[in-house]
Design a protein around this ligand. Structure first.
Ligand code: SF4
Ligand code: SF4
Length: 90
């Protein structure tokens, strides 16, 4: 799956809407919604590594500071199973 390095993240939120599996969540920091100190997380149960797009990660592609990285690649059958489950839950 992919992981976000929040130390490098500039809190632009582009990745959230880009994820086709709704796998990225935002947690506001002490400064609140517009405080530019949010933390982003990718749900390991939802991230399909964009296998339905030939593994061309939508979030990693859109990220302006390249802080979304493939840290733990998963097998195709695991990713397709998550994809199927995600579509059922949309
Ligand atoms: S790699 Fe794809 S499925 Fe995984 S979090 Fe990024 S956009 Fe979502
Ligand atoms: S696209 Fe990159 S910089 Fe923007 S919020 Fe997501 S992880 Fe942070």
């Amino acid at each position: 799956m992919f992981t976000i390095n929040n130390e490098e993240c500039i809190d632009c939120r582009l990745c959230i809407t880009e994820c086709p599996d709704r796998g990225i969540s935002i947690e506001y920091g002490p400064k609140g919604e517009f405080g530019n100190d949010s933390t982003y997380n990718i749900d390991a149960n939802k991230c399909t590594e964009c296998i339905e797009f030939n593994r061309e990660s939508k979030c990693a592609y859109i990220c302006p500071v390249d802080c979304i990285l493939l840290t733990n690649p998963e097998a195709d059958d695991v990713l397709w199973a998550k994809h199927k489950k995600n579509k059922q839950n949309l």
